[in-house]
Design a protein around this ligand. Structure first.
Ligand code: RB5
Length: 152
């Protein structure tokens, strides 16, 4: 069953601080948050494992949306996009986040804890949460992502 109003999140050590802040903001906004870890700061906690746990739950429909955070956001977004049906967008500005929703129907937000830490990252998150898919001419492009790339 898809959980609406619920978000799954995860990070590596580079994204740990921002992930904790994101969790707090989401809970204050009334979201139910499933935190796949890392649960504390440990330099050995790497992005492939935690990001995959988030992406898998979006790909299988358990969650509609997820947030992944690593140091740059690059490793997290690359990993999440290996999962069919996941459209992870690495966003460095609120404008990118808004566009990723309206044009690309992004269902995973990727952030770089070292690139957009603290308030900057939260502003991006808020723009992403407020964004909505425009549909129309963008629908075909979204469908084509899956038909052109096939199942992974
Ligand atoms: C970890 O130091 C760092 O490489 C990772 O968080 C991320 O930036 C990779 O893309």
């Amino acid at each position: 069953m898809v959980s609406k109003g619920s978000i799954v999140i995860g990070c590596d050590h580079g994204g740990f601080d921002l992930k904790e802040q994101i969790k707090e903001v989401l809970e204050k906004k009334g979201f139910s948050v499933e935190d796949m870890g890392a649960k504390d700061f440990n330099p050995e906690d790497d992005y492939p494992c935690y990001t995959s746990s988030v992406a898998r739950k979006v790909a299988d429909g358990t969650f509609e949306r997820g947030v992944v955070v690593c140091g740059s956001g690059i490793g997290a977004s690359i990993t999440a996009n290996r999962f069919a049906g996941v459209r992870a967008a690495l966003c460095l500005t609120p404008e990118m986040a808004t566009l990723s929703r309206s044009h690309n129907d992004s269902n995973v937000l990727a952030l770089g804890g070292r690139i957009t830490p603290g308030r900057k990252g939260i502003e991006i998150l808020e723009a992403w949460l407020d964004g909505a898919f425009k549909g129309g001419r963008h629908e075909r492009r979204i469908r084509d992502i899956e038909s052109c790339t096939g199942e992974c």
